[in-house]
Ligand binder design. Structure first.
Ligand SMILES: Nc1ncnc2c1ncn2[C@@H]1O[C@H](COP(=O)(O)OP(=O)(O)OP(=O)(O)O)[C@@H](O)[C@H]1O
Length: 254
């Protein structure tokens, strides 16, 4: 199976500090790939390189088997790569529709095409089976943490995206809301998207991912199928970078 998104040999430094060393990473359509690693392992940096926010120093990026060059967030968006950041970047004083179309508003002549935007927002939310939101004209400030996360994810998939990268989507959520968001994460993959889930929470990772990629001090320690590993083995990869008794060949499940 060809990965939808594949990185090879990515190096990234900030001044004298080398943060990513020869990193390889693959994400597949229809699957959730968890990107794990301790604080400072380089997860956010890697994602920002994919999203065109940081230029890479070396390495290659492939999309659906074809080499691509991403120099800006716009390049990433054109390929269908969307990133939902931890701080969500939703505007409290705007409603759900306004947030989902922020910066990419539909126009009808000089006026905003509110009807089309409402319809598309509605269709996207119901396509994701999101029923927790009362009205799409509700201000985002009135939403719960889980609902906000849902809106941010729906916003990312509104644009025919093919790869959705979620940075710690459940970090600030309680138990019930976490379950709802994880269900949504699974559904995104089931609709054919390649989903990358950055998470520190092993329960979340094991509940929803098909594969796990573990970064350790800026190097890819292992890429494995979730079904092939235990919690303890993944914790070992995160904390020591070693694959122990995993029997990996170059860090990848055979
Ligand atoms: N803009 C920057 N300038 C200099 N150093 C940076 C910059 N961004 C990140 N770093 C360094 O790169 C390393 C990796 O950071 P990064 O944020 O990618 O890790 P992370 O795995 O996402 O961590 P966390 O789980 O804490 O979010 C850290 O040592 C960090 O201090």
């Amino acid at each position: 199976m060809t990965p939808l998104l594949e990185l090879r040999g990515i190096d990234k430094s900030f001044g004298p500090v080398k943060v990513l060393h020869d990193v390889g990473f693959s994400a597949y359509a229809g699957e959730v790939t968890a990107l794990v690693g301790d604080n400072g392992a380089g997860k956010s940096t890697l994602v920002k390189c994919v999203g065109g926010i940081y230029p890479i120093d070396a390495g290659r990026l492939f999309f659906d088997g074809r080499e691509v060059h991403v120099h800006s967030p716009r390049d990433a968006a054109e390929l269908g790569i969307e990133i939902v950041y931890q701080d969500l970047a939703l505007c409290d004083n705007l409603d759900i529709v306004q947030n989902m179309f922020l910066g990419r508003e539909r126009k009808n002549g000089l006026l905003l095409d509110e009807d089309t935007m409402e319809e598309l927002a509605e269709r996207t939310l119901s396509g994701l089976s999101v029923r927790t939101v009362k009205s799409i004209r509700q201000q985002v400030s009135s939403l719960s943490g889980g609902q906000r996360q849902t809106v941010a994810i729906a916003k990312a998939v509104l644009w025919n995206s093919k790869v959705v990268i979620l940075d710690e989507p459940t970090a600030a959520l309680g138990v019930a809301q976490t379950a709802q968001v994880l269900e949504l994460v699974r559904r995104l993959a089931d609709t054919g998207l390649a989903v990358v889930l950055i998470s520190h929470n092993m329960n979340d990772v094991f509940a929803v991912s098909d594969r796990i990629a573990a970064l350790y001090l800026g190097r890819m320690a292992a890429q494995v199928r979730t079904a092939d590993v235990t919690h303890a083995q993944v914790v070992e990869l995160i904390t020591s970078g070693r694959s122990g008794d995993l029997g990996l060949k170059n860090g990848v499940t055979p």
